[in-house]
Design a protein around this ligand. Sequence first.
Ligand SMILES: Cc1cc2nc3c(=O)[nH]c(=O)nc-3n(C[C@H](O)[C@H](O)[C@H](O)COP(=O)(O)OP(=O)(O)OC[C@H]3O[C@@H](n4cnc5c(N)ncnc54)[C@H](O)[C@@H]3O)c2cc1C
Length: 444
Amino acid sequence: MKIVVVGANHAGTACINTMLDNYKGNEIVVFDQNSNISFLGCGMALWIGGQISGPEGLFYSSKDKLEAKGAKIHMETEVTNIDFDKKIVYATGKDGKKYQESYDKLILSTGSLPINPEIPGKDLDNVQFVKLYQHAEEVINKLKERPEIKTVAVVGAGYIGVELAEAFKRWGKDVHLIDFCDECLSTYYDKPFRDKMDTQLLNNGVKLNYKQLVKEIKGDKRVQAVVTDKGEYQVDMVVLCIGFRPNSALGKGKLNLFRNGAYVVDRTQKTSLDDVYAIGDCATVFDNSIDDINYIALATNAVRSGIVAAHNVCGTKLESIGVQGSNGISIFGYNMVSTGLTLEKAQRLGIDALETTFHDLQKPEFMEHNNEQVSIRIVYRKDDRTIIGAQIASKQDISMAIHLFSLAVQEKVTIDKFKLLDIFFLPHFNKPYNYITMAALGAK
Ligand SMILES: Cc1cc2nc3c(=O)[nH]c(=O)nc-3n(C[C@H](O)[C@H](O)[C@H](O)COP(=O)(O)OP(=O)(O)OC[C@H]3O[C@@H](n4cnc5c(N)ncnc54)[C@H](O)[C@@H]3O)c2cc1C
């Protein structure tokens, strides 16, 4: 069987590796328009902020590694068109070389693109995007070579914007974080949790400019100011991170698309056309918190969807178990993790939801060192009491606890099941009346 893969970043790489590791005898041909693959975007802020020494460890695969296993990889080669009826992929290399590749099965893993807002000044020098390795490299080179860059505006206070605000502060820059929402991280956390992160940002010197829309970037060749509907800020660099859109141009008009343009896929990652699969940021996911398809662009989802598609394409039926959008963020040592729906999001979707929230120390009071406040919120449906989301925040590393709630959302566990759940106690780790128990016991 001949399998063509378009895009070989996280989703594509996971898919290609799974096919090569588990199934023999297939011809696998891969196209990627970039010069590198498998760049971990999660390391971008760490690299820019100098928390890691360099980008080398941010790659885990390469053309050579995949070819050593038997795939044919064309780097710097863009797929320009696909004839879905004749099952032919057309591509053009950086050197102008044209390719025509027929396929039995096609896997689209073309990912997502940063949203590029139509505002005056967006093409000025020092207006930056943050998605690719090359983007991060350019930002770092400019910070090194242009000491006149003293003030940076980060537009978009989602998790990438918040991480970058920290990174630029670590460079000693003045940082304006701009967003039209009232607080940061509006997708993943309820207001009490968003407020905690905003306090953390403020305490570390980030200037928060919320409830305002960027209208223009001013400058003469280079950025000089960013203008919103509330004010004008003198800045030397503008970083746009207002979101990503699925990169689905190749299938437009031929494949069914979700409301934001992502390829609609079933639980085997198959699109609306037989023999055509879509994975990662260009495709929908099945979201267990709403029991429906949704769009959640995360590397974790990309990798899992790649594995699922690989098995189905190669003849082993495997259905995705769905996702909860589990995520985490750590800013100047303050950690927040969440899964599923926030109360606000549930309400926006018309779900009759309740929440139970509890604040406590991580460990008993007599543990005087390394013992921090923890806040937990569990969101559950009023009708059948199933848990649909959770959020936890602390300076302590509380990250592992969110996996429990991810499973609870996936398996439709009720809040009441948590009330007397066997949670161990050891002073080194937690309290005898654990905050998970206490939050559950407090549920109405
Ligand atoms: C700054 C940043 C931080 C992030 N942090 C996290 C994190 O901490 N945790 C997490 O889970 N997720 C994180 N993400 C999200 C994560 O990076 C994405 O979900 C992930 O990259 C999606 O992988 P993908 O393979 O589906 O798509 P992409 O990474 O977008 O890759 C798509 C690939 O397709 C290729 N391609 C596209 N079109 C064509 C074409 N026509 N022809 C040939 N090749 C093509 C591209 O060159 C690219 O290599 C972060 C993202 C960013 C930008």
